[in-house]
Ligand binder design. Structure first.
Ligand code: HEC
Length: 123
């Protein structure tokens, strides 16, 4: 009973300490990730785009080309590269629809980004 049990005890103690250290680092990383989520990189709604024109182009490619043509110069719907509308008017058409065009399931920020993109084509 002298000396012998001491070595396994030391080994267990070291393993335990290592586990605690490793687990607390894992926990810290998870906490940082959760904080980032709460700060808006995850769950929260987008409030603005870093680059509205680029984001608008991407959404237009997804939502508008079916009716307005691959280059948005018109197909079933009219040419969008030669508009005489303000940013607000374009947002209004996207959100509410107009005539044969249905309202798009986009929020105001998304619609505004698309409007900025369309206006960049109209310059
Ligand atoms: C289902 C087909 C369809 C889709 C999808 C569609 N449009 Fe249209 N759009 C139309 C039609 C048809 C008109 C003409 C409406 C009218 O005035 O009678 C129109 C008109 C418009 C106008 C007004 C043009 C003007 O001179 O008055 C804008 C701006 C516009 N669309 C933008 C968009 C944008 C941006 C998207 C994508 C977010 C989109 N549309 C998606 C069919 C569509």
């Amino acid at each position: 009973m002298k000396g012998r049990p001491l070595i396994p005890f030391a080994v267990i103690a070291i393993i335990g300490l290592l586990l605690i250290t490793v687990l607390s680092f894992v926990g810290l990383n998870q906490r940082e990730a959760m904080q980032e989520d709460a700060e808006g990189n995850g769950g929260e709604e987008v409030t603005e785009f870093d680059d509205p024109v680029a984001a608008g182009e991407e959404m237009a490619q997804q939502s508008c080309i079916g009716c307005h043509g691959g280059d948005l110069t018109g197909a079933g719907g009219p040419d969008l590269t030669n508009l005489d509308l303000s940013e607000e008017e374009i947002v209004h058409v996207i959100i509410n629809g107009q005539g044969a065009m249905p309202a798009m399931p986009l929020d105001e920020i998304e619609a505004d980004a698309i409007a900025q993109y369309l206006l960049s084509l109209n310059e």
